[in-house]
Design a protein around this ligand. Structure first.
Ligand code: SF4
Length: 435
């Protein structure tokens, strides 16, 4: 899938959304030609220095506000403060300062008239009914369907993003109309066996009410905010989660965890499972690969633990970037010591993508090494992700070692936990999760 006009995030030429700096003198006020020449030379040098600075340390937005404020996906955003000559978005740790008309690093939040606006309310860019194993979430309703959606935009810029065609998209680049699953029809094969077929409808606005209606009609047990980064469509996610909870659906957020404490605290009571993509355990790698920082993600994970929200952690293992034994051991140790041995931890296989398409896929042996390290550290539920048929896809009883859930890819072949309410049928060990 390609989008016309897709542009790199940084360094675009174009009108800056900010005001001209106040300290540039107006030409008519100069005291003479010599002074004007000095000043213009100074201004030129300043412009060159600023351009160099922007190239290395891009500000939150180097774009003009090209987005029409009357667009029906524009809504008032939350978590913002007034700052000098603009506003500061405080939704995520970037805390972007936005002069009038400027857009945040996530591409989907903007300062219009001194107020933060989200540009993607009800603007779903990808909507599917997935097996819950695809999230991957392994400790809630195995084998169930989950209504999954994303808007354009992301606050990180991972070089190997597996969903970059959504995450790196500007809202105005997204297709106006999208196909969304709207019902599940039960059909029968000639031999009498039943199967389900998803029906779809096209829309240019998928409201929270629609999502709940379609999730119920497709027999989904939960709604997932996923694919790209749900933090950047916070208001849309929050309103949907509220309605979904009232309708008896569960809520699952699949996120990189790059969010500030206040919005996280308001959101967590609505979330049943939070899946955090912990990209590595190395600050240098986080900055170079994702453009973010490890500390805020750790803070999010600790908050999930404190608030007793069921969380699962996934680490995408990328050859040569974050697959050293030292990093894998440090990550496993931190999860065990801070989140507990019961925390499900996935080591997922990377496939070449986006800006690191020259790298090879993760060898299965590396996933096995990572898994062995984490199991040795004492973690009880360690999985191999994106490795269909690998024994590391199964859930084992940590006490007797028997298979409790047998999987193949996104399919559940055998489930011994749901009928027992989450207890091992052989020795009664309680397995954390929602069963
Ligand atoms: S969500 Fe984050 S990246 Fe987006 S505008 Fe707010 S602070 Fe900036």
């Amino acid at each position: 899938m390609t989008y016309k006009g897709l542009v790199p995030h940084f360094g675009l030429p174009g009108k800056s959304a900010g005001r001209a700096p106040d300290f540039f003198p107006c030409p008519g006020q100069s005291t003479g030609r010599a002074a004007a020449a000095v000043l213009s030379g100074f201004a030129a040098a300043l412009a060159v220095a600023a351009a160099a600075l922007i190239a290395f340390y891009p500000p939150p937005s180097t774009f003009a506000a090209l987005y029409p404020p009357q667009n029906n996906h524009v809504r008032t955003g939350r978590f913002a403060g007034i700052a000098c000559n603009g506003v500061q978005c405080r939704l995520c740790p970037y805390n972007c300062f936005l002069p009038e008309g400027a857009r945040g690093r996530c591409k989907v939040r903007i300062n219009y008239g001194g107020r933060i606006k989200t540009l993607v309310y009800s603007q779903a860019a990808a909507v599917h009914v997935d097996p819950i194993e695809k999230k991957p979430v392994y400790h809630m309703y195995p084998g169930s369907l989950i209504y999954s959606l994303a808007t354009p935009g992301c606050n990180l810029s991972c070089k190997g993003c597996q969903n970059w065609e959504i995450s790196q998209l500007y809202p105005e680049q997204a297709p106006r109309r999208v196909s969304v699953p709207s019902a599940l029809e039960v059909r029968f094969l000639p031999d009498g066996r039943a199967y389900g077929e998803i029906r779809s409808t096209e829309t240019d606005s998928l409201t929270p009410e629609d999502i709940v209606k379609y999730a119920l009609a497709t027999r989904s047990k939960a709604v997932a905010y996923t694919y790209a980064e749900p933090v950047v469509f916070y208001e849309y996610m929050y309103d949907t989660a509220l309605l979904a909870r009232k309708a008896g659906l569960k809520n699952v957020m699949v996120s990189a965890g790059y969010i500030n404490p206040e919005p996280l605290a308001e959101l967590l009571p609505l979330m049943d499972v939070v899946k955090i993509d912990l990209k590595g355990y190395n600050e240098k790698f986080y900055r170079a690969y994702a453009g973010g920082s490890l500390e805020p993600v750790k803070r999010t994970l600790l908050e999930l633990k404190k608030k007793r929200v069921l969380s699962e952690v996934v680490n995408l293992v990328i050859p040569g970037l974050n697959d050293s034994e030292a990093d894998l051991a440090a990550l496993s140790a931190w999860v065990k010591e801070n989140l507990g041995a019961d925390t499900p931890l996935f080591f997922s296989r990377f496939t070449p993508n986006y800006l690191v398409s020259e790298l090879p896929p993760t060898p299965v042996a590396t996933l096995e090494k990572a898994r062995a390290i984490a199991l040795k550290r004492g973690l009880k539920f360690v999985y191999a992700g994106n490795a269909p048929g690998h024994p590391g896809e199964n859930t084992y009883c940590p006490k007797c070692g028997k298979v409790l859930i047998r999987r193949y890819g996104f399919a559940v072949l055998e489930d011994r936990l749901t009928p027992t309410g989450g207890r091992c049928p052989w020795d009664g060990t309680k397995i954390p999760g929602i069963w």
